[in-house]
Write a protein that binds this ligand. Structure first.
Ligand code: HEC
Length: 157
């Protein structure tokens, strides 16, 4: 091998190394610049630093087949007034199973106000009583309705 050839190889080596290092230097410099602009850039796990709270929407007042699911009350005018005022202390069942007329409802409400700490219902009282009388009317008393569609049979002796 001639000296000249050796020298050429040496120069080539130096050249390659220089190229390699300047390449690395540029890459490192680039990374440094990106990092200083946006430190989050290399956070590949992408853990958000600001927690995101997703509100879990649970509808407490779902209506299914005309029934307020949570309380079992019929969906009609005044429903939410009844739900908000009459299901806090006892179940709505206690309300539903008592079928009264307007007068007796007002008396029951008065009794609860006097003895059970029920609050003053203001204008809501008529809305509530109206809802109850309309949707849970007292059972009809008196003569039963006429029978219809009856197959009479003949009495034999
Ligand atoms: C502050 C609490 C409270 C609220 C609000 C409340 N009640 Fe009551 N209610 C009671 C208590 C206590 C009783 C007695 C329960 C028992 O006897 O076990 C009662 C009993 C009843 C009874 C049964 C009465 C009887 O003669 O046995 C009915 C019907 C009733 N409530 C309807 C309602 C209606 C309608 C509303 C809404 C206007 C309402 N309640 C709101 C406390 C409340």
């Amino acid at each position: 091998m001639s000296k000249e050839e050796d020298f050429r190889k040496y120069i080539k080596k130096v050249y390659r190394l220089t190229a390699l290092f300047s390449g690395l230097f540029i890459i490192a410099g680039g990374i440094l610049v990106i990092y200083s602009v946006n430190p989050d850039f290399f956070n590949f796990r992408k853990e958000s630093t600001t927690p995101v709270y997703v509100a879990i929407e649970e509808d407490e007042d779902t209506i299914e087949n005309g029934i307020h699911v949570r309380t079992g009350l019929v969906d009609a005018e005044g429903l939410m007034t009844v739900v908000n005022n009459c299901t806090n202390c006892h179940s709505a069942k206690l309300v539903i199973q008592n079928r009264m007329n307007e007068e007796r409802w007002n008396a029951t409400i008065k009794w609860m106000q006097e003895t059970q700490n029920l609050w003053d219902l203001g204008n809501n009282q008529s809305i509530i009583v109206n809802y109850l009388v309309t949707n849970y009317p007292p059972p009809e008393l008196g003569r039963r309705a006429n029978l219809s569609d009856i197959d009479w049979y003949e009495l034999k002796d």
